[in-house]
Write a protein that binds this ligand. Structure first.
Ligand code: FAD
Length: 485
C-alpha cells in the first residue's frame, strides 16, 4: 500500500479529465489517485442502458483509459453494487477518500446519498461536485420559492444568475496505485452477431478529444448560422452534435459556455446566434430541473390530465414507425437516421414524436423507450422531458392539439429534399414537388422515379386528415378539452 493514502475518483457520467471537478480535487490533494468506473448492478429501479448507449460507453471508457495512461494512471473497471465495490477497493488499496460528480436522476441520487453517509460513517472522506450542469437543479427558484416550470423565465433567470467557475485543465500527471481491473472486452458492450454499429462508427468519435473537436469545428463557423439553420436536417453542421458527448460528460456545459462567451468577446462569434445555441444548453438544464423534481418523468405524465388520454395499442404500427416504414418520407428518414447513426436531428425528433403520439395515437412512453434503446445521446432528463413536451403532457409543452403535418414539415425544413433522399433512397428519384408525399404523385411521376407504392416504398399507414381528427377527438376525452380549441 502507498505511504500516502490514495483518493478514489469514481467516474460515472463525467468521462473527461479537463474541467472535471472531481478529478481536479483528487489531483490537488497530491495523493495517488485510483480512477474507478463501476458497471453498476443491483440498484433497484435502475434502467439498463440501450444498445447504442453501450456502444458509446465502450468507446468512451477506452478513450478515457488512453488519456489516463498518457498521464501515468490507469482506469480501473469493476462490476457490482457501488457500495460493495468501493468498500473492496478501499480495503485493497488503503484509500481514505472518495470523490465524484453528482448525478440527478433516480435511483442514483438516492443511492449516492446513502453511500455517502455509509462511507463517512466508516471514516472515509467523501466529496461530491457539480460536473454535469451549469447550475444545480435546486439553485434557481421562482419568486414563490418553487422550481421553474416554464422555460423562458428560467432562461432569463439563468442568464442573470450563472457565473462560470474558472476552468481547470486536465492534470499533467496523476500518480496511480496498483489495483486490479476487469477487462472491458469482457463487458461485451460492442454489438456482435450481428454488429449493427458500422454507421455509428462512421459518424462519431466518442471520447474527450472527439468532443473537443466537435465543439471547435462548430464554433469555428456553423454557430454563426445556428439561428437560421438549426431546423435544417439536410445540413450536417446545422447543429453542434455535441449531445452524446454531453451525455457521457466528455465535455461539460461550463466548457461550452466559456468557449462561446470567449468567442463572442473576441469578436469571432456573433452574439445573437450564439445565445440561441446557449439557450439550447439551457433546455438541457431545464430538463434536469424537471427530472430532479419529478423523478418519474420517463414514465408518468407530468400533467396528470393526460392520464385520461385514450391511447391505442397497435404493435404493427409501432413496428412500422420504428423501422421507418410509415409511408411519410420525413418520418421514415428520421427513424432510419436514428437506426443507422444513433442520432436524429432535433426538428425531425419532434416530427416523429408528434407522428407517434398524434397520428398513431400511441403513448409517448413507447416512443421514449425506443429512443432510449437506440439513441447514443439517450438521456434520462432530456429524452423524458422532450417526449412529454412533444406529446403535450410535459412542462411548458407544445399543446397536444398542435398536430404537425409531416408533409408540410418535410417540405419546409427539408426544402431541397436532400435529407429524405439520403435516408430513404428508394424514393430519391421522385420529383421535389412530390418527394414529401409520394402518395399524391401522379402515376406517371412515380413510374419515372421507379417507385411502386406498397412495394418499393410503403403507402401511408394512416391518412393525415383522418389521423389528425382522431387525435383531436381523443384529446377531447381528457379533462383538458376546455382549453383545447
Ligand atoms: P444542438 O442544437 O447543437 O444543441 C446543443 C445541446 O443542447 C445539445 O447537444 C443538447 O445537449 C442540448 N439540447 C438541445 N436541444 C435540447 C432539448 N430540446 N432538450 C434538452 N436539451 C437540448 N437530447 C438529448 O441529449 N438526449 C435525448 O435523449 C433526447 N431525446 C429527445 C427526444 C425527443 C422526442 C426530442 C424532440 C428531443 C430530444 N432531445 C434529446 C433534444 C434534442 O433533440 C437533442 O439534444 C439535439 O437534437 C442534439 O443535437 P445537437 O447536439 O446537435 O444539438
Amino acid at each position: 500500500m502507498p505511504s500516502v493514502a490514495p483518493v478514489i475518483v469514481w467516474f460515472r457520467e463525467d468521462l473527461r479529465l479537463a474541467d472535471n471537478p472531481a478529478v481536479a480535487a483528487a489531483a490537488a490533494s497530491g495523493a495517488p489517485v485510483i480512477c474507478l468506473y463501476i458497471r453498476e448492478t443491483g440498484a433497484k429501479g435502475a434502467r439498463a442502458p440501450g444498445g447504442a448507449a453501450l456502444w458509446w460507453l465502450d468507446k468512451s471508457l477506452k478513450s478515457l483509459a488512453r488519456s489516463l495512461e498518457a498521464i501515468g494512471n490507469r482506469l480501473i473497471l469493476r462490476t457490482g453494487d457501488p457500495q460493495t465495490v468501493l468498500t473492496e477497493v478501499i480495503s485493497e488499496t488503503g484509500a481514505n477518500a472518495v470523490v465524484w460528480n453528482r448525478r440527478y436522476g433516480e435511483p442514483g441520487r438516492t443511492s449516492d446519498t446513502a453511500l455517502k453517509a455509509a462511507l463517512k460513517e466508516a471514516g472515509i472522506d467523501v466529496s461530491s461536485f457539480n460536473g454535469r450542469l451549469l447550475m444545480e437543479p435546486w439553485e434557481l427558484k421562482t419568486g414563490s420559492g418553487g422550481y421553474y416550470r416554464v422555460f423562458t423565465p428560467f432562461w432569463r433567470a439563468m442568464q442573470a444568475a450563472y457565473v462560470p467557475n474558472p476552468a481547470t485543465g486536465a492534470p499533467g500527471r496523476l500518480r496511480d496505485v496498483d489495483a486490479s481491473s476487469e477487462d472491458i472486452a469482457d463487458w461485451r458492450m460492442h454489438p456482435t452477431a450481428p454488429d449493427w454499429s458500422h454507421g455509428m462508427g462512421e459518424f462519431w468519435t466518442p471520447g474527450e478529444a472527439g468532443a473537443r473537436k466537435r465543439l471547435k469545428d462548430f464554433l469555428d463557423g456553423p454557430v454563426n448560422d445556428y439561428a437560421e439553420d438549426r431546423n435544417r436536417p439536410d445540413l450536417d453542421s446545422s447543429s453542434s452534435r455535441l449531445s452524446p458527448h454531453l451525455r457521457y460528460g466528455e465535455i461539460g456545459p461550463a466548457q461550452i459556455w466559456r468557449a462561446v462567451k470567449a468567442g463572442i468577446d473576441a469578436g469571432r462569434i456573433q452574439e445573437r446566434p450564439a445565445m440561441v445555441f446557449l439557450s439550447e444548453i439551457a433546455w438541457r438544464e431545464f430538463s434536469h430541473v424537471l427530472l430532479h423534481f419529478n423523478p418519474e418523468l420517463a414514465s408518468k405524465n407530468y400533467n396528470p390530465n393526460f392520464d385520461q388520454m385514450p391511447w391505442r395499442t397497435d404493435a404493427a404500427a409501432l413496428r412500422k414507425w420504428q423501422q421507418g416504414m410509415t409511408g411519410y418520407p420525413v418520418v421514415d428518414a428520421g427513424m432510419r437516421q436514428l437506426w443507422h447513426t444513433g442520432w436524429m436531428h432535433n426538428r425531425v425528433r419532434m416530427i416523429v414524436a408528434s407522428f407517434l403520439t398524434k397520428h398513431l395515437l400511441l403513448p409517448w412512453q413507447v416512443g421514449e423507450e425506443w429512443f432510449w434503446n437506440t439513441l447514443v445521446d439517450a438521456d434520462p432528463a432530456a429524452n423524458a422531458a422532450s417526449w412529454q413536451w412533444t406529446a403535450g403532457s410535459g412542462a411548458d409543452a407544445a399543446p397536444y392539439f398542435r398536430v404537425f403535418n409531416p408533409i408540410t414539415q418535410g417540405s419546409k425544413f427539408d426544402e431541397t429534399g436532400a435529407y429524405v433522399r439520403r435516408w430513404v433512397p428508394e424514393i430519391s428519384n421522385v420529383a421535389d414537388k412530390y418527394l414529401h408525399a409520394p402518395f399524391e404523385a401522379p402515376a406517371e411521376v412515380l413510374r419515372r422515379a421507379g417507385v411502386v407504392l406498397g412495394m418499393t416504398y410503403p403507402k401511408p399507414i394512416v391518412d393525415h386528415a383522418a389521423a389528425r381528427q382522431r387525435a383531436l377527438d381523443a384529446y377531447k376525452q381528457t379533462r383538458q378539452e376546455k382549453g383545447a380549441e
